[in-house]
Design a binder for this molecule. Sequence first.
Ligand code: FAQ
Length: 316
Amino acid sequence: MDAIKSFEDIFQQRIDDEQKIEARDWMPDAYRKSLIRQISQHAHSEIVGMLPEGNWISRAPSLKRKLALLAKIQDEAGHGLYLYSATETLNISREELIEQLHSGKAKYSSIFNYPTLTWADIGAIGWLVDGAAIMNQVALCRTSYGPYARAMVRICKEESFHQRQGYDILLTMCRGSKEQKDMVQDAVNRWWWPSLMMFGPNDDASPNSTQSLKWKIKRLSNDELRQRFVDMTVPQAEILGIKLPDPLLSYNVERGHYDFGPIDWDEFYQVLAGNGPCNKERMVARIKAHKEGAWVREAAMAYAEKQKQKRVKTVA
Ligand code: FAQ
């Protein structure tokens, strides 16, 4: 006689069979919690990630660049909203999620705690930060939780435009004056290592990876994704004619991959602890925006209530 299977076993079997888990399905509490943690932090990253680039909207060098940057930043807002909605399907309210961000309980990507000093930084963000984000997010299109996977498909399409607009900014500058090319080199020197940190700690120091990979929340490990990103980016840097700031970067014929130097994990953990160059500034800006937007939320609620009353009257 077959042994009676536990809910956990049936759940794992569904994951192993590549079935998507939907909001109404039974799931282990730890799976739900891990998803809330990851998807909400992803949503917060999209929203906080608007700030470093928002700083340059009024200083974009041409109308065309300004339009592209505005569209990109609006896309990030949209990504945040899809991801908050996906998180809400896991039985947590938007208010609670925002509170977790503002109180520091929930993290957002370390990368958005660095300043954007010149226009070349906007190019470097598109090329490196969006490039790293896509590498991670393409894999997440196959994540086991249906609402997250579906949000990722649309997000990835938009991110690839973001990456190209960044690369196009850098290519234009690299074909310009020496000062412009120097500006690109300086921006890439500052954004390269923080971009590699976006993938999270090395696999042997990543507490969530083993379970997340088993549940197929994550499809590839932090180090696998980081390696793919380096392999993709080095030839693109060569086309730009700029040097990536890593003396140990070299192609390893045996491995068929680029080797790269050690990441400064002290810096990463300092940023996570709130001590990055812009952590405080970012949180002050988000909390201010949330407070100033209170009237919009109240107006929307009042309008929804009015519509509800109208419907009740019509039915009566
Ligand atoms: N920053 O055990 P693991 C974007 C935390 S979207 C801050 O390896 P996990 C678009 C991690 O949360 C960028 N914290 O964790 C855009 C955990 O802490 P916890 C965001 C980090 O979850 C572009 C602890 O360290 N993308 O850029 C970071 O298995 C341009 C231990 O780490 C996503 O969120 C970090 N870099 O793997 C917008 C993608 N790395 O939560 C505007 C979805 C790790 O236990 C402009 N997320 N931590 O307290 C993921 O794929 C995963 O959550 C990882 C981390 C890979 C980020």
